[in-house]
Every structure is written in C-alpha cells, then in structure tokens.
Design a protein around this ligand. Structure first.
Ligand code: C5P
Length: 296
C-alpha cells in the first residue's frame, strides 16, 4: 500500500498577464504548500482503475474520467504502463473543493507519484512533470510542494529558498468559485498591472521575515473573485481586525488566507472568522510543506 500526502497551496503572489491564443493567461506566481493536506491511499490491482473519495463535499464529485485523479492514472498508464496495470485509489480530502487551493491538482499529482511507484514505472521526474502540466496548470507544483516560483500557465516551476514557517488562518466560503469564471471576470475588469514578485520578496521568504512577507502578498485575481462574491471583502477585513498581518484571496478563491504572526494568533483569527455568517468553515495551517510518498 502506498500513501501520498499532498498539500493545498496558497499563491503568495499572483500576477496575471493578458489572455493568450490558447485561452490561458501567462502568470508569474509564488506557490506555497501548506499543511492542509489530502491523502491518497493506493493499492495496485489488475487493470481496473477505481476511485473513492471521503471528506466534506466529496459526494458532489464524479469518480469516473471526469475526475482529474482518474485522468492522471489513465494518462500515466497510457504513456508509460500497460493495460494490465490497475489501481484502487482512495482519497481523503481536507482541501476545500473549488476553493482556490488546487485540491483537484493536488489529487492528480498524488496519483501520478503513487501510481508510478505502485506500478514500478521507470519514469524520470521531467516526464512526470510533462504529464502533470498536461493535466493542469497547478499540477507540476503539487508534485513537490514547498515554496516555488511558477511561470507560463503556472506549470514552469522552480524551488525558492524558504526559511522558517508561515502561519495561516483560512476561511472557506459556503460555495466554490469556478477558476475559468474568475479569469474571465479578471479580463472583463481590465486585467492586472501589478509587477511580479521581486527579489526583495524572495529575500523576505528566505530569511523568514514575516512582516516583509505580509507587505508583499498580492493576488491579481482578488478583485475578480470579490466581484463575483462580494461578501469576501467583509471576510478579508474581519481577519485583519482580528489580528492577521495581511489577508488575501487564495488563487481564484473563494478561500481567504490570513497571514498571522504565530500559531496562537492564527487560532484566534480562525476562531473569530468562524463566527461570520458568510464563512463556511475555518482551518489553521502552516507552510511550507512538501509532498510526501510513504510506502507501507
Ligand atoms: O490548467 P487548469 O485546467 O487548472 O486551468 C483551469 C482554467 O483556468 C483554464 O481553463 C483557464 O480558463 C484558466 N486558467 C488561465 N490561465 C492560467 C491557468 C488557468 O486562464 N494560467
């Protein structure tokens, strides 16, 4: 049996360019894996690929080819395996669904890593990255986690030095947001003009200077997410009143992330946010966290 623990991500900085001919947007982003994780438990079987999911909201998710986790197993088998290779995939979800924290991408990355191990495939890291990029823009980051600079669609990733830990309170909304809808609204609102993260911000991460990290947090998609879900503005403001150093929408939202001075502060902020009617749930998390493969 193989277990893969894969983190949710927050984009510490997300700068979005114009829409490309292929419909995607060039982005420059800083991905940050946090210890709000999904777990894949995988058993190799004969030929059949099956998926079950447990956790909040998973009843609404398909478990056939419409699920990115199943598509990941099929793609890996098609390119590097044989039709006889099968897998029973069980995913325990904690990462919010359609929450802007790359939960679906995390699951696909876990399946690539887990199945490559279970089927004893001779795949190079670069080959897994290629498949990951085909599956989705955030999947290459999820193969490794940690803190990474992402370019292109977000799929070209390189590790960034990260000293110390960042402590977060997370506020979930009652409903999700569709990533394509948020990018579309971003275009309608006229795009973004914020410069990408600088070496100063990378220096703040490397030296674990939380105050300077707080100043550098930025998300170009935030205005679009707020436009689609105006109540998020109240959530962001409330978290800062409760003691967060800074707040931002995570990725395409609607999860809001609050950078806090320490774990105790993150717990206080999360407890306060949990009382807001527009908040559907809270978590306390810290990062950076890397993806881990454990063979039992
Ligand atoms: O790559 P992924 O399938 O996760 O992207 C989902 C959607 O988000 C895309 O279809 C596109 O509408 C939007 N997107 C984008 N630019 C990116 C990443 C995603 O426009 N860099």
């Amino acid at each position: 049996m193989i277990r893969v623990r894969v983190p949710a991500k927050i984009n510490l900085s997300l700068c979005v360019g114009a829409q490309r001919d292929d419909g995607y947007h060039d982005i420059v982003t800083v991905f940050h894996g946090v210890d709000l994780t999904d777990e894949l438990i995988l058993t190799a079987t004969d030929s059949r690929i099956s998926l079950t999911m447990t956790g909040p909201g998973t009843d609404s998710l398909p478990t056939d080819e419409r699920n990115l986790a199943v598509r990941a197993a099929l793609l890996l088998r098609e390119r590097f395996g044989t039709p006889q290779m099968g897998a029973q995939l069980r995913i325990r979800k904690q990462i919010p669904i359609a929450g802007g924290m790359a939960g679906g991408s995390a699951n696909a990355a876990a399946v690539l890593l887990g199945c490559a191990r279970a089927w004893a495939l001779d795949t190079r890291t670069s080959e897994l990255h290629q498949l990951a990029a085909e599956l989705g823009s955030d999947v290459p980051f999820a193969l490794s986690g940690g803190t990474m600079l992402g370019r292109g669609r977000g799929h070209l990733v390189e590790a960034l030095p990260h000293g110390g830990r960042l402590h977060w309170a997370l506020a979930l909304a009652h409903q999700g947001l569709s990533t394509p809808d948020v990018f579309r609204r971003f275009d309608q609102l006229g795009g973004g003009a914020h410069p990408p993260a600088t070496t100063q911000f990378f220096g703040a991460l490397a030296s674990a200077d939380v105050a300077r990290v707080a100043v550098g947090l930025h998300n170009d998609l935030q205005a679009a997410a707020l436009d689609l879900m105006p109540q998020l503005a109240g959530t962001l403001a409330a978290g800062e009143q409760l003691g967060a150093l800074a707040s931002l929408v995570s990725g395409s939202g609607p999860t809001c992330a609050f950078l806090c001075p320490d774990h105790a502060a993150a717990q206080r902020v999360a407890a306060g946010l949990a009382k807001l009617p527009q908040v559907g749930g809270v978590h306390v998390a810290s990062g950076p966290v890397k993806t881990a493969v454990v063979v039992d």
